[in-house]
Write a protein that binds this ligand. Structure first.
Ligand code: FAD
Ligand code: NAP
Length: 544
């Protein structure tokens, strides 16, 4: 690969660029970007900060990490031969298997030829006169393209709270989202896990098996539903494969891009004994089944309370120590307002002699010392501290890049009050820049592979349409963007999701503006909206 800067103006008056499209990040989105652009005759190149494809599934190597969407659904649908060939082994695939799948896809379609690894994009600057982007890498190289697609991921920027004295700690500090290659020796050690979100909940039972003593530092308890993961039988796989086309269509036309469909009944319309029966049945099935039992769990506090109380009763039944059960059931936010968590033996883990739960909401962490962690009332000694503290989600990885649009405007300044994106796809003032699963789209509220394919397909079709019409510049209009942002906020405000301090709102990052970052109107509605906008001549975009 050559290093270049924008080359001289060609005879046609257009600046020649290195690539039609540059992508930033080679997770599922960046990989599919390469495949889709190539298939449609665009030159494309992706830069990836890590040394492998797979993104999330390469970085999150912690024990217990696995998918919470069924494997047969959490996979690409763009090639039937691929989905017929690949054999998923478990209902919820472990991270290692998903990574193998990503590597298989990269090899199968020879994607790595158009990906540069170990290379972080640090800046992307738009040249208005020439209508092209210059992308700068951390190696100091520059490349030009007509379009840039941010395939940086929603959960790729690990959040490591800066506790005072953290640099003094002489033991090992690890973040779940940057788990060391080759693993971590936890055998017999005194281990702390900070955080009880999805990552912490998957990790904690695994650490408990290995560590001499495990201390879980919980600030907010989570609602954890039993995953009830199983190995996939040949019969199941064969049947699923035989109906893949139909099932993919169903998922694309569903609320969350999955084959889960909520009941048509409101909680209040179902008699008490029937409610109980339904919840017990869903609990026994496992996964997110419980969240489908009533239509209005996400919008009606009374219905939500019924389901939340049911989960709390299950936690109490599982945990033998009364004080520990009290801490694990002290949630004051609606169930589902934060991402619902699937676990395996999570609550049962607290019955082990080597596991202790510390409430750091009542007794907050004040500092790290050379030998451990100080809370207001105690000092805990550790060999290893694991941060399961989450991510600076969605905007985090984008704002790490110095993105400059029309007139040199900095994206971080334009987004200082919260992300400003039309359809989650394009931002006013930043022509020819697209986001994959960007803010204002369903993003992580949907099966992400389905959401990624929808976005990359939409972007590819847009570029194809523009090529056919000899158009080279597309930009979201400010009015359409304002209206979309308002619509996203209005929908979120009708739900219970805004009642929790979650990363959906940026509440986990000190100083981050509190804006609900996802479209909650449902994936199928969102997809139909994107299609309609395209059919209506890209309403809300200015193209020339
Ligand atoms: P990523 O996989 O995050 O890839 C983005 C890539 O961009 C990364 O490799 C990163 O290194 C790279 N990058 C970022 N910035 C730069 C830069 N400046 N320069 C160069 N490279 C850069 N979703 C689901 O739907 N179901 C699940 O069960 C599920 N489980 C998850 C479990 C975990 C532990 C996590 C963290 C997320 C999970 N998600 C899940 C969300 C998951 O992130 C998506 O499903 C999907 O993998 C995202 O793919 P992506 O390509 O958009 O982003
Ligand atoms: P998370 O949901 O943001 O959870 C972070 C945890 O760390 C929370 O319990 C949080 O407490 C705690 N925390 C953060 N800062 C803290 C501090 N300073 N002191 C004490 N506690 C602190 O992050 P995550 O668990 O990594 O999950 C992020 C997302 O990734 C998930 O929502 C999901 O979308 C995805 N994911 C999915 C899976 C899966 O099952 N497939 C697995 C892992 C991740 P508070 O709640 O009080 O802030």
């Amino acid at each position: 690969m050559t290093t270049s800067t924008a080359r001289a103006t060609s005879e046609s008056g257009r600046v020649e660029v290195d690539y039609d499209v540059i992508g930033v990040g080679a997770g599922f989105a960046g990989m599919y970007l390469v495949q889709s652009m190539r298939e449609n005759g665009f030159s494309v190149h992706v830069f990836e900060a890590l040394d492998e494809v797979g993104g999330t599934w390469y970085a999150n190597r912690y024990p217990g990490c696995r998918c919470d969407v069924q494997s047969m659904e959490y996979s690409y649908s763009f090639d039937d031969e691929l989905q017929q060939d690949w054999r998923w082994t478990e209902k919820f695939a472990p991270a290692g298997e998903i990574l193998e799948y990503a590597k298989h896809v990269a090899d199968r379609y020879d994607l790595k030829r158009d990906i540069t690894f170990d290379t972080r994009v640090v800046a992307a600057v738009y040249d208005e006169a020439g209508n092209y982007w210059t992308v700068t890498t951390d190696k100091g190289h520059q490349f030009t393209s007509r379009f840039v697609v941010m395939t940086v991921g929603s959960l790729s920027e690990a959040l490591l709270p800066q506790f005072p004295g953290i640099e003094k700690f002489s033991g090992q500090l690890i973040h779940t989202g940057a788990w060391p290659q080759g693993g971590v020796d936890l055998e017999g050690k005194r281990v702390a896990v900070i955080g009880t979100g999805s990552s912490g909940v998957q990790l904690i039972p695994e650490v408990a098996e290995r560590a001499g003593h495990l201390t879980v530092l919980q600030r907010t308890p989570a609602y954890v539903l039993p995953a009830r993961n199983v190995e996939l039988s040949d019969e199941f796989v064969t049947d699923f494969r035989s109906r893949y086309g139909e099932l993919r269509d169903k998922a694309r036309n569903s609320r969350a891009g999955t084959l889960k469909f909520p009941s048509d009944d409101l909680g209040a319309d179902v008699p008490e004994h029937e409610r109980q029966r339904r919840m017990e049945e869903a609990w026994a099935i496992g996964g997110t089944e419980l969240m489908q039992t009533f239509k209005d769990i996400g919008v009606n506090q009374e219905t939500n309370d019924i389901v939340a109380d049911f989960v709390k009763s299950k936690i109490r039944a599982a945990v033998s120590d009364r004080a520990t059960a009290d801490l694990l059931t002290s949630m004051t936010y609606p169930i589902g307002a934060k991402r619902i968590i699937l676990g395996t033996d999570y609550y049962e883990t607290y019955n082990r002699d080597n596991v202790e739960l510390v409430d750091v909401s009542a007794d907050p962490i004040t500092a790290f010392t050379e030998t451990g962690i100080e809370t207001r009332n105690a000092h805990h000694e550790f060999d290893v501290v694991i941060f399961a503290t989450g991510f600076d989600a969605v905007t985090g990885p984008i704002s790490k890049i110095d993105v400059r649009g029309v007139g040199g405007a900095a994206l971080v300044d334009e987004w200082a009050g919260g992300p400003r994106v039309y359809l989650g796809l394009g931002s006013h003032g930043f022509p020819n820049l697209f986001f994959s699963t960007g803010p204002g789209s369903p993003g992580v509220l949907a099966n992400m592979v389905v959401a990624i394919e929808q976005h990359i397909d939409w972007i590819t079709r847009t570029l194809t349409d523009m090529r056919e019409r000899n158009q080279t510049r597309i930009e979201a209009s400010e009015t359409a963007q304002d209206e979309w942002i308002q619509q996203v906020a209005d929908i979120a405000n009708q739900t219970l999701a805004i009642k929790a301090d979650s990363w959906y709102l940026g509440a986990n990052v000190p100083g981050k503006p509190r804006v609900f970052m996802f479209y909650m109107g449902g994936f199928s509605t969102y997809r139909a909206t994107c299609e309609k906008i395209r059919e209506n001549g890209y309403e809300g975009f200015v193209i020339r």
